[in-house]
Write a protein that binds this ligand. Structure first.
Ligand SMILES: O=P(O)(O)OC[C@H]1O[C@H](OP(=O)(O)OP(=O)(O)O)[C@H](O)[C@@H]1O
Ligand SMILES: Nc1ncnc2[nH]cnc12
Length: 181
């Protein structure tokens, strides 16, 4: 593993994030993490950041919960580095077996999130991970869902945070972000 700091690595990682004005709607500046995955150097850098962070928090987490869809890519890497299992949080109707459900409000509609109950049990310490924190609505709903299983959600990790949207005001657990806009 390289000896550079996570902060220095994150500065370089930022240069791999491509930004698209007016996508998917006018006025939205879309921050696309997939460009990182399209460059092997970018992917290695991202993986190294997660590996270094996993070393910092080793022993504090029993399970990684990864948010659909881009969070799946990050959750798998993080779980491998932490040597713990990972579980997906998905929109309703996509996960078989016993699930916990939570209905949550979007700007104009309602939706339902689900998580399978096999791994998540009373007292499990869960880290929740996604690519980006915007309004915090997705993260907030996911935390409430995970708590319904009895798990303790100990922290959230996102690669990018849109700071002006002030999501931290509505989230009651520590959030680690590597890149801020
Ligand atoms: O903080 P919020 O305002 O809730 O926004 C953040 C969420 O938005 C994006 O997902 P998106 O809804 O585009 O879904 P996808 O990952 O399935 O494409 C992103 O990956 C986060 O999950
Ligand atoms: N600006 C943005 N870029 C990428 N994903 C997002 N999800 C919500 N806002 C986003």
């Amino acid at each position: 593993m390289s000896t550079t700091s996570i902060e220095d690595d994150a500065l370089v990682l930022k240069s791999y994030i491509k930004s698209y004005p007016d996508f998917p709607l006018p006025g939205i500046l879309f921050r696309d993490i997939f460009n990182v995955f399209q460059n092997t150097d970018g992917l290695k850098l991202l993986n190294n950041i997660l590996k270094k962070y996993a070393t910092e928090i080793a022993g504090t987490v029993d399970c990684v919960a990864m948010l659909e869809a881009r969070g799946f890519l990050l959750g798998t890497l993080m779980a491998l580095h932490l040597n713990v299992p990972c579980v997906p949080v998905r929109k309703k109707g996509k996960l078989p077996g016993k699930v916990a459900q939570l209905e949550y409000s979007l700007e104009y509609a309602k939706d339902v999130l689900e998580v399978q109950l096999d791994v998540l049990k009373e007292g499990k310490k869960v880290l929740v991970i996604d690519d980006l924190l915007a309004t915090g609505g997705t993260l907030d709903a996911s935390i409430q869902l995970l708590r319904k299983t009895g798990a303790e959600v100990v922290q959230a990790v996102v690669i990018m945070e849109l700071v002006d949207l002030e999501a931290r005001k509505k989230i009651d657990i520590p959030i680690k972000s590597f890149i801020q806009y």
